[in-house]
Design a binder for this molecule. Structure first.
Ligand SMILES: Cc1cc2nc3c(=O)[nH]c(=O)nc-3n(C[C@H](O)[C@H](O)[C@H](O)COP(=O)(O)OP(=O)(O)OC[C@H]3O[C@@H](n4cnc5c(N)ncnc54)[C@H](O)[C@@H]3O)c2cc1C
Length: 387
């Protein structure tokens, strides 16, 4: 029987064919948001894949969502402009009230509301999320937010933002994992407060085209009705969503790895130096073969992690390993592709250098390699806790 994902893969590839290298190069040069690509994915219903049918989505599983993001990347496109729309809504779905779910999920599924922004990281706390200091203090029917976030991607291109803030000072919280809460921030409403001073968004120019920003909150008021779940339990809600995020990002890395190896194979077969295709030299052939094997192995771990997630089984170990292996495999495949292309790898028009820059992100975000190794060491292997 045909894998139902084959059709998804074919349809997504056909959509991506409308957005060739020139499109991405132009956006990259201008550091411009790929509005048309995101609109095409939205219209195709792809970003609503995980929203249940009852709320207007297609009710697919994570296995299908990984196929969508892998194909986007295997086609040379970049899902980073839109991927959060797929999984960030999971926090509302799993922990929101019925009123929040019916108010937001159908709008998110239809693409009328963009939930693309997810504000966790702060300038001081970095990977140590539990040390974050952005404060949310209850005042009547609102919470008043003060503090700062960094690397909040797509904040300028999102109608809603999930925000993790501290509602109980760290020293007063019963446990170190308590005292943080999740809020759904209406960005247009927030930008209008305090003559635009309550929420300041400063774009950060980076080595890739990623629409990422620093945010500053100065007495930003968020209605208490926009608190997701219970006050103080926000860290648990965010952790719940992280496995899905890691598996999906890993699928993007597998897609990148496929793109790099496909390109490297094609070029190594065509490019003739010393009267022979460069791919005839084992010094060129073997690294490509190794990259291919590593990407295929990472894909199996993504598949395993997604299957566990869809079956409602614990998948922290597999989700983390998938992200680790896939991000490393994509990076090695990228380096091999650069080496195969020789000097031409540096030319913008080949797209290799752009993809090489883009895939580097996933060794650092959404969680860096060391944090994953530490998770495996401590939580899987039972080694002593290091921090
Ligand atoms: C382009 C981009 C987009 C992003 N988008 C978002 C977003 O939308 N929302 C969001 O909330 N965040 C986002 N991030 C933030 C990202 O998740 C963080 O950069 C990442 O988690 C690492 O945090 P940090 O940069 O503060 O590094 P740090 O925490 O300062 O760490 C620096 C280095 O030290 C290592 N390190 C730290 N402590 C230890 C330890 N105990 N043992 C071993 N190694 C250690 C880390 O692994 C890392 O390699 C984004 C980042 C980038 C660059």
């Amino acid at each position: 029987m045909e894998d139902p994902r084959t059709q998804i893969r074919e349809q997504v590839s056909a959509l991506c064919a409308r957005f060739p290298g020139e499109y991405w190069r132009e956006k990259d040069r201008a550091r411009a948001y790929p509005v048309e690509f995101v609109a095409a994915l939205t219209e195709g219903g792809w970003l609503a894949c995980l929203v249940p049918e009852a709320y207007g989505g297609s009710g697919l599983g994570l296995a299908e969502a990984t196929a969508i993001l892998e194909e986007i990347h295997a086609a040379g496109c970049n899902g980073a402009a839109a991927h959060a729309q797929i999984y960030t809504m999971g926090t509302i779905l799993r922990h929101g009230s019925e009123a929040q779910k019916s108010a937001y999920l159908p709008e998110i599924a239809a693409g009328r509301l963009r939930l693309q922004a997810f504000a966790v990281t702060e300038p001081e706390s970095g990977s140590d999320t539990l040390s974050l200091t952005t404060r949310a203090v209850r005042d009547g029917d609102d919470y008043v937010i003060n503090g700062a976030k960094v690397w909040t991607s797509r904040a300028e291109h999102s109608d809603l933002m999930l925000l993790l803030a501290r509602t109980t000072p760290r020293e007063e919280a019963a446990r170190r994992t308590e005292g943080l809460s999740v809020f759904l921030v209406d960005m247009a409403e927030a930008k209008g407060q305090g003559k635009g001073k309550a929420l300041e968004i400063r774009p950060i120019r980076t080595m890739i085209n990623h629409a990422t920003c620093a945010l500053y909150f100065d007495d930003l008021r968020v209605p208490a009705a926009n608190l997701i779940g219970e006050e103080g339990n926000g860290f648990r809600y965010i952790l719940d969503g992280m496995n899905a995020e890691r598996i999906l990002i890993a699928a993007e890395c597998v897609g990148d790895g496929r793109w790099f190896t496909d390109r490297a194979v094609a070029y190594a077969g065509e490019r003739r130096v010393f009267d022979r295709p460069i791919g005839q030299n084992q010094g060129i052939q073997f690294p490509i073969a190794r990259a291919y094997a590593d990407v295929r192995a990472a894909a199996l771990m993504v598949e395993k992690a997604a299957a566990l997630f869809d079956a409602g089984q614990p998948c922290g170990e597999e989700a983390n390993m998938a992200k680790l292996l896939a991000s490393e495999a994509a990076w090695a495949a990228g380096d091999t592709c650069m080496q195969t292309f020789g000097g031409y790898g540096f030319a913008e028009e080949m797209d290799v250098e752009r993809k090489f820059r883009e895939t580097r992100l996933y060794r650092t975000a959404p969680v860096s390699t060391n944090m994953i190794l530490s998770y495996i060491g401590e939580h899987v292997l039972g080694l002593p806790r290091s921090y």
